[in-house]
Design a protein around this ligand. Structure first.
Ligand SMILES: [Fe+2]
Ligand SMILES: [Fe+2]
Length: 257
């Protein structure tokens, strides 16, 4: 599948880099998103080591490596940071934004963490990695990681939601957008009930979105929500019982009723 420009204006693009076709990525297929403003770019959740060469090749269609000024890492999972050592080595100036909770674990990759890694505080932050391109890091703790952020791009009005909204689609499924939320629900329900920590965490994240104008929700896995599917997904999520809400002795997860 080709790359998809979710938003495009004269100076600003929000691109889904569709490097991973079925079977190409061992493990869970993931989306990588590149925001380009002017000539400079920010890469969101760059992915595992296996996809790194393809992500790099697709990224170079839009910007030069030396113009990638920042990376956003929503959390610490291997499908987010597996290629980190290579990206750090290739981009000598770029900064890497990740929850302050996870910065202390980065030395285990053999990385020197001072200077280029920015620990995002628990209550989030705004930053402008490229002049004229503000970004907001929105707390999404325990959805699913203890230190977890989503990213809002007010220029594109797109919310990168990391694993929130993620879908595990059949290998031959190639539709880039969710237009029919009820048809999409079977692909997200089980994942969210087991991986998302609790309804309380969900409600906190939804409160953090208050006032944002969101045209699309772009998750790290599966298709992008747009149109009425955005509100329908958030409404479904608000009522979701998940994680510790459902946990029972013996390791089982009940149905929440
Ligand atoms: Fe994850
Ligand atoms: Fe993920």
């Amino acid at each position: 599948m080709r790359n998809i420009e979710l938003f495009c204006s004269d100076s600003h693009r929000f691109v889904l880099l569709n490097e991973s076709s079925p079977g190409e990525e061992e493990g869970v297929r993931s989306n990588q998103f590149l925001i380009v403003h002017g000539n400079q770019g920010v890469l969101l959740d760059p992915g595992g080591l296996g996809v790194m060469p393809h992500v790099l090749a697709e990224l170079l269609r839009y910007t030069r490596l030396e113009d990638v000024v920042a990376f956003f890492l929503s959390h610490q999972d291997p499908d987010v940071v597996g290629g980190l050592v290579s990206w750090v080595a290739l981009t000598t100036q770029a900064r890497f934004y990740i929850s302050a909770l996870w910065v202390r674990f980065l030395p285990h990759f053999g990385l020197e963490t001072s200077g280029r890694f920015v620990g995002i505080p628990d209550d989030g932050m705004e930053c402008e990695p490229v002049a004229g391109m503000p970004l907001r890091f929105i707390p999404a703790h325990f959805l699913h990681s203890e230190g977890n952020f989503t990213l809002y791009d007010p220029t594109a009005r797109i919310l990168f939601s990391a694993d929130i909204g993620a879908a595990i689609m059949p290998d031959d499924y190639d539709e880039p957008y969710v237009d029919d939320f009820s048809a999409h629900l079977p692909f997200i329900e089980g994942f969210h009930r087991r991986y998302m920590t609790s309804n309380r965490a969900v409600r906190c994240w939804l409160a953090n979105l208050d006032g944002l104008e969101i045209d699309m929700i772009a998750p790290q896995h599966g298709p992008v929500y747009r149109g009425s599917a955005v509100g329908q997904f958030l409404d479904w999520l608000r009522e979701l019982q998940c994680g510790v809400d459902l946990m029972e002795a013996g390791g089982r997860f009940g149905d929440g009723r």
